[in-house]
Write a protein that binds this ligand. Sequence first.
Ligand code: GDP
Ligand code: MG
Ligand code: ZN
Length: 261
Amino acid sequence: MSDDNVGVIEGIKDRKNYLSRKTPRIKGLSFRGQRFEQIIASNLDKLFLVSSVDEPKFNNKVIDRIIVAAESSQIDVVLVINKIDLLIEQSYIVEWKHLYEGIGYKVVLSSAAEGAGIDELLLMLKNKVNIFWGQSGVGKSSLLNKMFPQLNFKVGDISEYSNKGKHTTVTSNMVKVSEGTYIIDTPGIREIDPYGIKKEDLGHYFREFLPFIHNCKFNSCTHYHEPGCAVHKAVEDEKISIERYESYLSMLATVEDEMNF
Ligand SMILES: Nc1nc2c(ncn2[C@@H]2O[C@H](COP(=O)(O)OP(=O)(O)O)[C@@H](O)[C@H]2O)c(=O)[nH]1
Ligand SMILES: [Mg+2]
Ligand SMILES: [Zn+2]
């Protein structure tokens, strides 16, 4: 602040990375069907991708979309699977955990209700700028409150996920929790369409595809129906999981739609 109480910009720091999405398809945020880039947060060290085993149901497609957003922005991802206190049968969640660990992501099983995984998360976010992202209702605010009770974030606001009209809010507040440690909660972000991803680049954001991509017959291979596709072959050989490949194909379809409007 200057003497006369007017803010003065003293410098603009370079953005090392930023997370963005396509603006939702609603009046005021899109124009004749065209959607723009909306920046959610910048200069991030880690993205905690929060999901839950139930309420809402574990959804790997949503997870993979957020991973693509993070990978395309070069942000480190930690997958958090919350509400493990609701698990009756452990095994299927453990299989998902192994799948993502096999690709190279850290996976934390947590329960904001019972405290599981909290210490592990606290260690991971120390001295970093961290963003918490994931579907509404998975327990992002609850986990943050459990780790930092002084935050007192609002929990379980039904309007966040039942009121479909309410997806314009992307106000995400950054909070300093200790020297060098920052967290950003992301309330009310329902729609997660990564912005500006070309169909020929999409495969690069599925890490486990990388060792195969260069063996595809065509440089511009989209790993869908092209002959001589090494990614497709790797799926057949069970070197790439069918679940991840299906996520890839469903994203590929939306990328194509956007380009053809
Ligand atoms: N059983 C259970 N419920 C949880 C857990 N974490 C959060 N919840 C509940 O899930 C609902 C949504 O939590 P909230 O933190 O607001 O989710 P957010 O939208 O991701 O921030 C609330 O009713 C919480 O009490 C958990 O670990 N176990
Ligand atoms: Mg919340
Ligand atoms: Zn290919």
